[in-house]
Design a protein around this ligand. Structure first.
Ligand code: 13P
Ligand code: SF4
Length: 379
């Protein structure tokens, strides 16, 4: 039996932006691990320079072993920008593939192996909701210049909205720079969709007294006077994987491993970030462990596949997941099953191109401005 979790299920997610994406054909649903490894490798050998495979740090081992580059969202967007292959196979989630499509040339195609790889947090800020919130903000403080900042974990239409309103995109590795830029231009920031990253960034800037949270599902509950005066307005979204970590997990790990150090992603709650030793993007987490001295113990507060990679890649470091068996994998990232990768590459070899992520031109042009601003700000 294959370990394919998703092939037979009809999608119930409302997050799909691309209804032409195909599901996995029957004959690919029960390949053995060895067979798919060999077939992926042979397809890649045959395709040569026509394809580049990008993989996010959260992808499973059977995917990262075939990727030309594995990195965090920021690094992957830079790799996509410099890729010259006609096909970029993006092993990540929909919003990442969209950003790659926006950044690459029109002649290049970005392929997302699985239809179901949609990040739930990106779906927490729909452009239509944001339009309504923007009006509410304008009504609350008509004289203020509010700059929208959108986390990379968002759909292209929200990135386009951000550019139209003078804002920029950021990732977890450059949020501080982008906040500083926005506050040098305007009176306040509206940050979407991750309230935890937004709060953690505001603390980095010493703006902890200046935060308010806007609940898009209950906008009437918003205190208009706070909205009118806060410097940092946070959209009430979050990542289920990172929201799960609690400060007590850090206390428990320190009790069990007295010399343990803790590294967490900034999508974690404030109290978790405060109790950690290091906080940063998935690549910062990788670098922290790869530069650790032999014998050190590091507890990893992020998606569990990255913790597993680090354990495998650095046998001289004691790597433990921060909340043990309760640590989650990302359900969206997990959809990039190696059977899908086998299928998409073999089809490509036969000149059949599936699952192209093609952001509509007007959205793409606007969204590119917001992404370019980020790339300019952070090099
Ligand atoms: P990074 O930008 O740190 O790779 O994070 C992406 C992500 O989805 C974290 O949940
Ligand atoms: Fe989205 Fe969280 Fe998965 Fe990252 S880990 S892709 S934010 S659901």
């Amino acid at each position: 039996m294959s370990d394919l979790e998703t092939a037979e299920t009809e999608s119930e997610l409302s997050l799909f932006k691309y209804d032409h994406l195909a599901q996995l054909p029957e004959e690919y649903q029960s390949l053995s691990q060895e067979e798919r490894h060999n077939r992926i490798q042979s397809a890649l050998d045959g395709l040569g320079d026509d394809v580049v495979v990008l993989g996010h740090n959260y992808q499973r081992q059977e995917i990262v072993e075939h990727a030309d580059f594995v990195g965090d969202s920021y690094e992957l967007s830079k790799k996509a920008a410099s890729a010259d292959a006609p096909y970029v196979v993006f092993c990540g989630v929909t919003f990442m593939a969209e950003s790659a499509d926006i950044i690459t040339d029109d002649s290049q195609n970005v392929l997302l192996p699985s239809i179901e790889a949609s990040c739930p947090m990106a779906g927490m800020a729909e452009a239509i909701q944001v339009d309504a919130a923007w009006e509410q903000l304008a009504a609350a403080a008509p004289e203020r210049n509010i700059i929208p900042i959108t986390y990379m974990n968002s759909y292209a239409d929200l990135k386009a909205f951000t550019a139209e309103n003078g804002g920029a995109v950021c990732t977890s590795s450059n949020a501080k720079n982008v906040f500083e830029w926005a506050l040098s231009k305007g009176d306040a920031v509206l940050f979407m969709p991750d309230k935890h990253l937004g709060r953690n960034t505001a603390y980095q800037l010493g703006l902890e007294e200046e935060i308010t949270v806007f609940d898009p599902w209950n906008p009437e509950a918003t205190d208009m006077s706070e909205l009118a005066s806060a410097k940092i307005i946070l959209w009430d979204g979050y990542c289920q994987v990172h929201d799960r970590f609690q400060a007590k997990h850090i206390a428990e790990v320190r009790e069990k491993h007295p010399n343990a150090q803790v590294v967490v992603h900034p999508e974690c709650r404030r109290e978790v970030v405060e109790a950690a030793d290091v906080v940063g993007s998935t690549s910062t987490i990788r670098n922290t462990v790869s530069t650790a001295d032999p014998g050190e113990t590091w507890a990893i507060g992020t998606e569990v596949h990255l913790a597993k990679h680090l354990d495998r890649w650095h046998s001289d470091v004691n790597v433990v997941p921060l909340c043990g068996d309760a640590c989650m994998d990302c359900n969206a990232m997990r959809q990039i099953d190696p059977n899908y990768l086998t299928w998409i590459l073999e089809e490509l070899q036969q000149d059949t191109v599936h699952n192209v992520i093609d952001v509509p031109k007007d959205t793409s042009n606007e969204a590119e401005l917001a992404l370019d601003r980020m790339l300019e700000l952070t090099g």
